[in-house]
Design a protein. Structure first.
Length: 354
């Protein structure tokens, strides 16, 4: 705030300095513009990119699933941890859904609940081990990843003949192939390019947005990630918050596993094998700090959308898988560099203000 000096005998007039948009707003706006620009570019280079049913529908279905994967990683990052077992937790949760459909004949909704419960349970166990032992989340989640890899493979081998559950409950085929436009006649309900499975992503985003933006528990999670010692001195039960964060991470990973299985029509052991890189890309590109304390739910969606558009566009342009992985690796390195720059800038801002 500045003060303007007028003629003698007059009262100084206060003027408010122009306010700059917060960094996280600028970042999300930049991501949105970049996603739109790349979509237009790929549409010009390959008009088939804009085909609603053949390209955009499966693209948005993949983005919906990978956004939930990135949200699972984001929750762990919010307390300054990481979840290297996010893909195996997805496979572990999907295993219970497939088992319920194949052996118990449960409805689709009940199988989904079994899936979420299994993911939350293994996530809670992971968080409890970290909080109880004090061992780094990197070590514990890496060990959990290997343990679940063997366990899921053994269970599929013991319970199935071809390492997959293929029984389809009523409604799951529609969930895979129907768009919002199929809910009712005409374009009232939505575009034919938007899959019905995206509703799970919207619900997950709304829930996390409310948690971190409007509840004390969400603020506790962020404070635990920003400064665990200060959070502990403030009376925050950091151990319980760590368990909660990993429980939510496991639940969201299991939801992503269910969505991936519904998208392919098969519950198999390989679900989640390719979740690791997208989970970090979406969260970090969206503005979530690796050091904890800062998250962005909408930014995570935009970061995942950016990766999805790049992947699909380069695929239509004939770029091979090996080259595509190199490009995505470079994007992750740039994102990590930006994350470090943001952390340094935030630290310097705090130092200048003290």
């Amino acid at each position: 705030m500045t003060t303007a000096v007028g003629p003698p005998g007059t009262v100084p007039e206060e003027r408010t300095a122009p306010r700059r948009l917060p960094f996280w707003v600028n970042q999300r706006l930049g991501l949105l513009l970049l996603v739109i620009a790349l979509g237009v570019l790929f549409g010009v280079l390959r008009p088939a990119f804009l085909d609603q049913r053949l390209v955009l529908f499966p693209l948005l279905r993949d983005i919906s699933t990978l956004t939930v994967v990135a949200l699972a990683q984001m929750v762990a990052l919010s307390v300054g941890h990481m979840n290297l077992a996010v893909g195996r937790m997805a496979a572990f949760g999907a295993l219970f859904a497939g088992l319920g459909y194949d052996r118990l004949g449960v409805p689709m909704q009940v199988g989904l609940l079994l899936c979420l419960a299994a993911g939350a349970a293994v996530g809670a166990l992971t968080g409890w081990l970290i909080a109880r032992t004090g061992v780094s989340s990197f070590v514990v989640t890496l060990a959990m990843d290997f343990a679940l890899l063997g366990l899921v493979s053994l269970l599929y081998s013991a319970l199935t003949d071809d390492a997959a559950f293929t029984t389809h409950p009523s409604g799951i085929d529609q969930l895979r192939s129907y768009s919002l436009a199929d809910i009712c006649a005409g374009p009232i309900c939505g575009s034919p390019a938007i899959p019905q499975i995206a509703q799970f992503t919207v619900l997950a985003m709304l829930g996390l947005g409310f948690l971190y933006g409007s509840t004390r528990i969400g603020r506790d999670l962020l404070l635990t990630g920003a400064n665990p010692a200060a959070a502990e001195l403030s009376g925050i039960p950091t151990g319980r918050r760590i368990v909660l964060a990993h429980t939510l991470s496991g639940l969201l990973a299991a939801l992503a596993g269910f969505m991936a299985a519904a998208g392919t029509g098969t519950f198999r052991a390989s679900i989640g094998d390719d979740f690791m890189l997208p989970s970090f890309l979406g969260a970090v590109l969206g503005g979530t700090l690796l050091t904890g304390g800062v998250v962005s739910v909408l930014g995570t969606l935009l970061g995942t959308a950016l990766v999805g558009v790049i992947r699909k566009g380069l695929d239509l342009l004939g770029v091979g898988l090996e080259s595509l992985n190199i490009y995505l690796g470079c994007v992750l390195l740039l994102a990590l560099s930006a994350d470090r720059i943001r952390a340094v800038m935030s630290y310097r801002k705090v130092v200048r203000s003290t």
